[in-house]
Ligand binder design. Structure first.
Ligand code: NOJ
Length: 438
């Protein structure tokens, strides 16, 4: 496949460790990990994959895979330990070494500016719920693009606003662990605004910049064709992704969900024009499909999860359903017409076992294969998908699941920090190699 970017992805808090080194200040995840019961086994990101010290070794693994690009995120609190203001040179230096190391190995660095680790000092000022967060983020965007924009052209403002807003601030399942609809709706709005406001700043600082945002899309399905269930699907999809896509591409929130919000939305005059600043690409993270049923007792989205029986699932319990992936790509393309789409994450967790230095993860290979086929299917139908980033390079800190869930192409022994390629790493490497030599 020509002009298709093959990549692999990670994020700062999930792999870096070294939380008290290099002038980094705590993020909301350092705080959240201390909440009793919040994280499986009481795990935290203090050491993680020790990538902060082993980044050279990890860049060698990426090079070995033969990918074109490496998507990683920057820890805001390494760059601006006070959230705003003073720039921490040690933080800039770390990412300079990482970027230069990638480039020296022929790997394009793709920066995700925000993958959930807000400096705690800014959460203490209200975090994303405070409209000032838009200015905090644009300042951060300016610092990043001024420092790294001479070498990095691909920029992703936010990773998965849904998780930040709904999981972190409505359902309380991620940092900062808030459960409040009003807060969550503000958080979503301010993130979208911060995204839109930072796009021209990045373009100003980076010649040939390509700027986008990454959304996770988990389409819903039902077990029945009842009108109530079908309505539930429409509402759930609306909350899952239209809430973010409609403002980004059509300057509005989806009316069917807006009608269910019992207070006025925090929209100021002109906000939608900023949010809908044209982007160069849309990043999509896809993992599974949801199965739901109507439940009028639940608000604001009157749905509950139901279990589809007899279907294949990953170790996360997520249903494996590649046709949903094809369909969503076609639908998104028809409805929103993004200039380009990059699959910025896709992958699966399994209960990997290391036996004689080998990890036979045939399920992960099958997952990869079937999802790549699903992408090719959409691409052959005209969807402008120009790249794929496997999640993830390494087993890592899987948020509330701690280290129990392993998504890596490389197995990490957390006692020794030894990395071992799984069979899926060999599979991915061969796939890319064949495409290059074809
Ligand atoms: C999406 C998130 O961006 C990433 O951080 C996470 O590890 C994967 N999904 C798997 O859950």
């Amino acid at each position: 496949m020509k002009n298709f970017t093959w990549g692999v992805a990670t994020s700062s808090y999930q792999i870096e460790g070294a939380v008290s080194e290099g002038g980094r200040s705590p993020s909301i995840w350092d705080t959240y990990c201390q909440v009793p019961g919040a994280i499986v086994n009481g795990d935290n990101g203090d050491i993680a994959c020790d990538h902060y010290h082993r980044y050279n070794e990890d860049l060698d693994l990426i090079k070995w895979l033969g990918v074109d690009a490496y998507r990683f995120s920057i820890a805001w609190s390494r760059i601006l330990p006070d959230g705003v203001g003073r720039v921490n040179k040690e933080g800039i230096d770390f990412y300079n070494r990482l970027i230069d190391g990638a480039l020296a190995r022929g790997i394009q660095p793709w920066i995700t500016m925000y993958h959930w680790d807000l400096p705690q000092i800014l959460q203490d000022r209200g975090g994303w719920c405070n409209r000032e967060s838009v200015d905090w983020f644009t300042e951060y965007a300016d610092v990043l693009s001024q420092n790294f924009g001479d070498r990095v052209t691909n920029w992703i403002t936010f990773n998965e606003p849904l998780c930040i807003a709904w999981i972190g601030n409505l359902w309380g399942g991620m940092a900062p662990g808030i459960r409040d609809l009003n807060t969550a709706v503000k958080v979503a709005h301010h993130i979208l605004l911060a995204h839109g406001k930072s796009v021209p700043i990045i373009r100003r600082n980076v010649k040939l910049a390509k700027v986008g945002i990454t959304l996770n899309i988990t389409p819903s399905s039902t077990l029945t064709e009842n009108p109530e269930d079908l309505l539930a699907v429409a509402l759930n999809d609306s909350w899952d992704h239209e809430w973010f896509l409609d403002p980004l591409f059509a300057k509005e929130y989806p009316k069917k969900m807006v009608d269910r919000i019992p207070f006025e939305l925090p929209i100021h005059l002109g906000d939608f024009d900023i949010i809908a600043t044209p982007i160069d690409f849309l990043g999509i993270n896809y993992y599974f499909r949801q199965t739901i049923a109507a439940d009028p007792e639940i608000s604001p989205v009157p749905v509950k999860d139901v279990k589809r029986i007899g279907v294949p699932r990953t170790a996360m319990g997520w249903e494996i359903h590649p046709p949903t992936f094809t369909k969503l790509l076609i639908n998104i393309n028809q409805k929103y017409k993004p200039k380009e789409i990059f699959i910025t994450e896709n992958g699966s967790a399994w209960n990997d076992l290391i036996i004689d230095e080998k990890i036979k993860d045939s399920e992960r290979i099958e997952y990869l294969q079937s999802h790549l086929d699903a992408i090719l299917d959409a691409k052959s139908k005209g969807v402008p998908i120009n790249g794929y980033f496997a999640w993830s390079l390494l087993d890592n800190f899987e948020w509330a699941y701690g280290y129990e869930k392993r998504f890596g192409l490389f197995y990490v022994d957390y006692q020794t920090q030894k990395r071992t390629p799984k069979e899926s790493a060999f599979y991915y490497r061969d796939l890319i190699l064949n495409r290059t030599t074809r």
